[in-house]
Design a protein around this ligand. Structure first.
Ligand code: ADP
Ligand code: MG
Length: 240
C-alpha cells in the first residue's frame, strides 16, 4: 500500500531521517520502536505529510505522492493519525469532533457523518458520551474518541504516535484493547509505541529505528527473541 524509498528529512542541517526504506502492505500492523529522538515521530509525520520530506519517494497505490500534487489532499485524508496528546477540538463535543472533518473535507451530509461517527464511537465504547466535551473525559476516553474520529474518515491506514504514552497507567489497557480489536478487523496500522507486549502480540512486523535509520526489522519473535544488531539488544534490555 505504501512504499517508502530513500526518504530523508532534515531540520536545518540536522539530518533526522537518513535513507529510510520500508513498505507497508494492506492489512499489515507494523510497530515502530526505538529510543527517544531516533526519528519515529518525524517518520510518521512525513508519511502523512504533516512534514515535508527533504528527499526520497512515498509511493502510494503505485504513484509517487510527492510528485503528484493533485493527489495530496486525497492522500492526506487516507492516512489517519492518532496523536499522543489526542488533539481533540476542545470547543466541540465528542460527536462534533467526529463529524466536522467528514463534512468539511469529505463533503458528507450531517446525517451521513453522524451515522458513520456513531458506528465508530460504538466500536470504541464511547457512544454514550456524544454530548461530552473533551475536558470532561479521562485520557483513555479522549484517546478512544480520537481513534473513532480518525476511523470516521475511512482511512486506508491509521498512524499512531505513542497513543498511550500520555495516559495514566490504569487507562493504557482500554486503549490497547481497542487497537488490538482494530488490528483484528484487518485495518492497516503503523504504530509508534513503547508498549513491547502490544508490539509482540499484535504486530505483524516490528521496525527498530536508531539515529534516523531503520536499523533492523522483522517478525516480532525475531526482533524480540533474537535481535541481530547490538543496538537493538541494548534498547530491548533497557525497556524490559
Ligand atoms: P522520536 O519520535 O523518535 O522521539 P522525533 O522524530 O520526534 O523522534 O525527533 C527526532 C529528532 O528530530 C530529534 O533530535 C528532534 O529534536 C528533531 N526534531 C523533530 N521535529 C523537529 C522540528 N520541527 N524542528 C527541529 N528539529 C526537530
Ligand atoms: Mg516521538
Amino acid at each position: 500500500m505504501i512504499d517508502i524509498r530513500h526518504l530523508s528529512k532534515s531540520f536545518g542541517n540536522h539530518k533526522v531521517l537518513k535513507d529510510i526504506n520500508f513498505s507497508v502492505d494492506k492489512g499489515e500492523v507494523v510497530c515502530i520502536i526505538g529510543s527517544s529522538g531516533s526519528g519515529k515521530s518525524t517518520l510518521l509525520r512525513c508519511i502523512n505529510l504533516l512534514e515535508k520530506p527533504s528527499g526520497g519517494q512515498i509511493i502510494y497505490n503505485g504513484k509517487d505522492i510527492l510528485n503528484n500534487s493533485n493527489d495530496l489532499t486525497n492522500y492526506r485524508t487516507k492516512m489517519g493519525m492518532v496523536f499522543q496528546q489526542f488533539n481533540l477540538f476542545s470547543n466541540l463535543d465528542v460527536l462534533d469532533n467526529c463529524i466536522v472533518a467528514q463534512i468539511k473535507v469529505l463533503n458528507r451530509s450531517k446525517e451521513q457523518a453522524k451515522k458513520i461517527a456513531m458506528e465508530y464511537l460504538e466500536m470504541v465504547g464511547m457512544a454514550q458520551y456524544i454530548n461530552a466535551r473533551p475536558k470532561q473525559l479521562s485520557g483513555g476516553q479522549k484517546q478512544r474518541v480520537a481513534i473513532a474520529r480518525a476511523l470516521s474518515m475511512n482511512p486506508d491506514a491509521l498512524l499512531f504516535d505513542e497513543p498511550t504514552s500520555a495516559l495514566d497507567p490504569e487507562m493504557v489497557g482500554e486503549v490497547l484493547k481497542v487497537m488490538k480489536a482494530l488490528a483484528n478487523t484487518g485495518l492497516t496500522m503503523l504504530v509508534v509505541t513503547h508498549e513491547m507486549d502490544f508490539a509482540r502480540s499484535v504486530a505483524d512486523r516490528v521496525v527498530f529505528m536508531d539515529q534516523g535509520f531503520i536499523l533492523e526489522e522483522g517478525k516480532p519473535e525475531d526482533i524480540f527473541n533474537n535481535p541481530k544488531e547490538e543496538r537493538t539488544k541494548e534498547f530491548l534490555q533497557l525497556t524490559i
